[in-house]
Design a protein around this ligand. Sequence first.
Ligand SMILES: NC(=O)c1ccc[n+]([C@@H]2O[C@H](COP(=O)([O-])OP(=O)(O)OC[C@H]3O[C@@H](n4cnc5c(N)ncnc54)[C@H](OP(=O)(O)O)[C@@H]3O)[C@@H](O)[C@H]2O)c1
Length: 479
Amino acid sequence: MEPSRILITGATGYIGRRLKNRLLDKQDYRLRLFVRNARKVSERVRQSVEIVEGDTFHMDTLATALENIDVAFYLIHSMGDDQDFKSLDRISAENFRDACIAAGVKKIVYLGGLGVKETASKHLLSRIETGEILSGRPDDIITIWFRAGVIIGSGSASFEMIRNLAQKLPVMVAPKWVNTKTQPIAVDDVLAYLEEAVSLENTGNVIVDIGADIMSFREMMIAAGRAMGLKRFIIPVPVLSPRLSSYWLVFITTVPFKVAAALVEGLKSETVQQNDNAALLFPTIKPMSFIQSVKHAIDEIERDQVISRWCDSSAGEACDVIYQDDPSSAIIRDRRVVGFGKTPIAKVYQSILSIGGEKGWYSYHFLWRIRGAMDKLVGGYGLGRGRRNPRELRVGDALDFWKVADLRENKRVLLVAQMKLPGKAWLEFSIEDDRLIQTAHYYPNGLWGRLYWYATNPFHNLVFQDLAEKIVEHAKQTG
Ligand SMILES: NC(=O)c1ccc[n+]([C@@H]2O[C@H](COP(=O)([O-])OP(=O)(O)OC[C@H]3O[C@@H](n4cnc5c(N)ncnc54)[C@H](OP(=O)(O)O)[C@@H]3O)[C@@H](O)[C@H]2O)c1
């Protein structure tokens, strides 16, 4: 039989990246990826699958991506916080559906969220509207619309939140919404459904609600604690407003305010299966229990096998690193040069690749922490995102309050700042002959931007010189 020709959109996002890995080496499929920035995909993958760069607001790129495709996965959404994200999601879905029909695609597979319109949060409403648009022309194209609630997997925002709370707090005073019923599902089970949908036959449009055990958020946290060998107590109180709960989550967990607020909003209303199409159409898939999914996710984290994280995607209208690999617009620079003599270049490069995350920034940890706390206080990421893997980086990876904008093996690592600051900043490490050149580039926004730079200069003087020296020192020690 001919392999199915499949397009995965959102292939640099949390679900899409994992689906791509799952289908990559299987003989049954011929894969193509549709991404906004091909450099966010690893070199190995770039060499083994076809990639089309573009976005759903450009019909020409969609037409190229969908040519000769049988099944197209729609794994795109924008997590914006302004009103615009709804209309962007709508246009994106309409463009995609129309381009699929024009290209003769047989089937769209979409993953949206569980929940009903009457009580849905604004983000969930947008997911529902996307599903309705994609399935809006049943005579021209079939849409398999999956709906999932909380997805449990290493690196998912909900799981990071649950894990952090369960790990850090033996007794929790929690808001009322911890008793809302939801139906979590392991990310691997989600992927199994998505994969099986490729060969699902004899259906028209269908909505498939997926999930494992029905439980409250409170039960999830107690069970997650148990999975980690910890006994937890949760006392619900009526006084914590959604806004206060979001601040509290920002304080305790790694997620920033925007993500916490969206999660809390989503947890206020019940998200359980409304149909049993999953069991009817996919009888061989038996979703694992919540405890199993937690254990599996923790195991992946412990083995440094986290494939994707909630902060991989740009969560906005445009890809956040696509035009960020050129800091030449900066007008203020802090340049440090440290020689590394005969230490192998690869060791120095690896030492740069290992900065940040749990290990910290080699020195002045307290200053980095203070900067992180200040950032979180004003709604930024702080240091909470850490890093996906302690040794490896890829373009688009979050690294504390930075994002990786460019990587050239043994030559250059470029980070773009995503902390709240009055200007744009980059941190660049380049290796030239036997010297490490570390440059902080800064483009200030007006007077306030300049004041910020000069006010923080004494700290930069301490931190930047030491950072460059410590990177080299670390490389020498491992050399
Ligand atoms: N993750 C969950 O816990 C969860 C739970 C239930 C349902 N779902 C559903 O699953 C789907 C995928 O979610 P996710 O968590 O994987 O999302 P995600 O991590 O935010 O990834 C979104 C992906 O879409 C891409 N993208 C955004 N706008 C685009 C555009 N205009 N054109 C082309 N690509 C665009 C992003 O590319 P960049 O990398 O360039 O930003 C990224 O690859 C969503 O529909 C979501 O509702 C997810």
